[in-house]
Design a protein around this ligand. Structure first.
Ligand code: SIN
Length: 271
């Protein structure tokens, strides 16, 4: 296995590994270590069948169903993330950490590219360790004691999900309160844990009172120096850590198809 970092704050491509083959315990441990260290890892040329994709996901965590979207035929935990030629909205088309409105948001997510547009459709990732660590001591002290309310109904996130939610008959609203700064349960590092897609207000404060500081954090946490950007090819696979990163799929390929398969891995209550 060879590893190549793609940016200063986060992101590494892992080369010379075939995820369809039986992975040794050492290989699994090496991939998990790289995931924890680099926060998002990428693989090329992995045209895995859904069962192979699930097998790899099971090595890294426990696949779970996505709350709003049905899985593909035969695989409840694999959802199709697609934008077709005539569509304008893309799935999750805003900076976010996945489903932060759940009481136990997912540890990580995996995305496998099936069909990619001739240009564009990259995904950006931002390190929330780097974002937290770049704040002043005074701001860190203030944020360390705060919680925030995250809601699935927050307008932008809901709109971008509409294309796919059509498949589900019942769409519940989820709301969860989480620390604004969470401590990663495996690395022990602190990360900012608010996001513009889901975070509505600080706990115990109104939306209006929360807005100025949240607006600052939403801008700050995706500064270019905290990010990396991944250009997909069919068969590329990304695996990101939702506990310390955010991501944003760039919607710059209108008129072209982009089809991905996604698996979400169970997480725990942020602390
Ligand atoms: C998502 O899971 O939020 C979508 C990411 C992407 O399509 O690049």
């Amino acid at each position: 296995m060879k590893l190549r970092r793609i940016a200063g704050a986060l992101g590494a491509e892992i080369e010379a590994v075939d995820l369809a083959a039986r992975l040794s315990p050492d290989a699994v441990a090496e991939i998990r270590r790289a995931f924890l260290e680099h926060q998002v890892i990428f693989f090329r040329d992995q045209p895995l069948a859904p069962a192979q994709f699930m097998a790899f996901a099971r090595h890294m965590g426990r696949p779970i169903e996505y709350p709003f979207v049905k899985g593909i035929e035969g695989f409840a935990e694999v959802i199709e993330v697609r934008k077709l030629e005539h569509e304008r909205q893309n799935f999750g088309g805003i900076w976010h950490s996945d489903t932060a409105y759940l009481a136990e948001p997912p540890m990580g997510s995996m995305l496998l590219a099936r069909e990619v547009p001739p240009y564009g459709g990259d995904t950006e990732f931002a390190s929330q360790y780097a974002a937290y660590e770049a704040l002043s001591e005074g701001m860190r002290r203030l944020l360390d004691g705060l919680k925030a309310v995250n809601a699935s109904s927050k307008a932008d996130a809901t709109r971008t999900r509409e294309e796919l939610t059509r498949q589900k008959e019942i769409v519940a609203e989820y709301v969860a309160e989480h620390p604004v700064v969470r401590t990663h349960p495996e690395t022990g590092r602190k990360a900012l844990y608010v996001n513009v897609g889901h975070t509505v207000r600080f706990s115990g404060m109104s939306e209006e009172e929360s807005a100025p500081l949240l607006a600052f954090l939403f801008r700050h946490q995706v500064r270019p120096e905290f990010t990396c950007r991944f250009q997909w090819r069919a068969g590329s696979l990304a695996f990101w850590d939702n506990r310390c990163t955010q991501h944003n799929p760039v919607n710059d390929y209108h008129g072209h198809r982009r089809v991905m398969h996604r698996i979400t891995l169970a997480g725990d209550k942020p602390r």
